[in-house]
Write a protein that binds this ligand. Structure first.
Ligand SMILES: [Zn+2]
Length: 493
């Protein structure tokens, strides 16, 4: 497997340091709803984690929450609420969005919050001071950039060029205009923590160094984030972490995703051209958003367009129709072999996570299934290959299909969009669906409608098309509630 690292500027063979792949991705500063740019970054790193797990790696993943920051304080002041309250609200909102986008939260993942990691942050800052890499001044602490001779190696620029480009903001306290803040002295009315240098709060860059050190150790395999984080944020992370541990490299592979554009501009808060994840999900399915994002290479910019999303929505529905196709049993015709498509998919993913090509292989497989004659052999097998790659690696939900035996060998099918429904609940709901399909078969429309209406009351919506009953969980009912309904309708389990 080859991965492109921003540090070397080329594709490198992927050799993690141990059995466990340690990944750190910069998280959000929760002061407003997350937008499509966030969706792109977190979907990409979700697919990377999924693929590594698919390849049987153990993955340890850490993603921080910058829950104290100038932006949070400013917005909270404008709204007249506590910064803590604002950050809590938008952290929850972000978590909801990630869940809606089907982004995996593994049990071993850690999502540390800056405000809960102050002791570790102070420890790292103190260590940097002790080694001469940082100095306190006026109640703040700054990193001494000229103490890190290879500063600029990630963004591939020299200190002189950075100075000339006026990247630096001077201040009387700093020894050098390029020095950046590790600890900020408190200003009146701001939240603060006690420290050896007085009351204050951590700078943004040091949080990520402290949290990655604490949860993943001195060396990470993969560090990810958007390309807008390369400088200064990730450059500063390298300087801090390598100066603190004395070990190089801090990160083996630096991965940066391209940015989302809208009508030729970067999508950003300051340009006021943001589309939030919540807005997008009102119009398009999570599968459509994921297909849209994964259709271009993760390092390229992604141009948001309604046409692009509609095409992705149609593509997702095409996959669904293909996996919903009946598998003709007892066929004696041509054999459909899904293996070459799976191989192409794997080769594409092994080549720096080329999801565009991997998706291409998936859609080629879909076309092959679609075109296979009714007497073909292996359609069911090809469908399950398609479903497992789409779900396991690309994180598509692709509603589950259940086969329901109705009577005398006549079966009907239902699709269930239910990746997060507890098995006990879905088993009971499926029993109700089965009963309803049986009623329809027997033309007992009244009882069929009753079952459907009662399920709607529990948040479970059934939609019939010719061949398939679609099931959507608007909310997930408790096991007890479904049991009660089953008893009231006098259905045996
Ligand atoms: Zn970071």
């Amino acid at each position: 497997m080859k991965i492109y690292s921003t540090l070397s500027g080329k594709k490198e063979e992927f050799t993690p340091q141990g059995d466990e792949v340690r990944i750190y991705v910069c998280g959000v500063t929760p002061y407003s709803d997350a937008h499509i740019g966030h969706a792109m970054s977190y979907v990409i790193f979700d697919v990377i984690r999924r693929y590594l797990r698919y390849k049987k790696y153990t993955v340890k993943y850490v993603q921080n929450v910058t829950d104290i920051d100038d932006k949070i304080i400013d917005r909270a002041n404008k709204l007249g609420i506590a910064p803590r309250e604002l950050a809590g609200k938008y952290t929850d909102s972000f978590d909801e969005d990630m869940k809606a986008l089907n982004i995996v939260r593994a049990e071993t993942d850690v999502y540390p919050r800056a405000t809960e990691e102050i002791p570790k942050i102070i420890e790292v800052i103190q260590g940097l001071i002790d080694k001469g890499h940082a100095y306190p001044a006026g109640g703040s602490v700054y990193f001494r950039v000229r103490s890190a001779p290879d500063y600029g190696k990630l963004s591939h620029r020299s200190l002189e060029a950075m100075r000339a480009a006026e990247c630096a903001i001077g201040s009387e306290e700093k020894e050098d205009a390029m020095d950046f803040v590790l600890w900020k002295a408190t200003k009146p009315g701001e939240p603060y923590w006690e420290s050896p240098w007085g009351q204050g709060r951590p700078g943004w860059h040091i949080e990520c160094s402290a949290m990655s050190l604490k949860y993943l150790g001195d060396t990470l395999d993969i560090h990810g984030g958007g390309q807008d984080l390369i400088f200064p944020h990730h450059e500063n992370e390298i300087a801090q972490s390598e100066s603190f541990t004395g070990k190089k490299p801090f990160v083996k592979y630096w991965l940066h995703n391209g940015l989302v554009q809208l009508g030729g501009d970067k999508m950003s808060k300051s340009l006021g051209n943001l589309i939030t994840i919540k807005e997008a999900l009102k119009k398009y399915s999570a599968d459509a958003l994921r297909i849209f994002i994964l259709s271009s290479h993760y390092r390229s910019p992604l141009t948001y367009s309604e046409e692009g999303l509609e095409a992705a929505q149609n593509a997702g529905e095409r996959l669904l129709r293909v996996v919903s196709r009946d598998d003709p049993t007892g066929g004696k015709g041509e054999a459909l072999d899904a293996e070459p498509y799976r191989t192409q998919f794997i080769e594409a993913m092994d080549d720096d996570f080329n999801t565009a090509r991997a998706l291409g292989a998936l859609f080629d497989l879909a076309s092959a299934i679609n075109q296979a004659g009714d007497a073909s052999v292996g359609i069911g097998q090809a469908q399950s290959t398609l479903v497992s790659l789409a779900r396991e690696v690309l994180g598509l939900k692709l509603p589950r299909i259940i086969n329901v035996e109705v009577s005398d060998g006549i079966s009907m099918r239902a699709t269930v969009e239910a990746s997060v429904i507890p098995e006990a609940v879905s088993a009971r709901v499926n029993r109700l669906i089965e009963e309803r399909l049986k009623c329809r078969q027997e033309k007992n429309w009244q009882r069929a409608d009753e079952i459907r209406n009662r399920l709607v009351e529990l948040g479970v919506v059934l939609e019939d098309t010719k061949a398939v009953t679609g099931v959507t969980y608007k909310s997930v009912p408790s096991e007890e509630l479904v049991d009660k309904l089953i008893a009231e309708l006098d259905i045996s389990l």
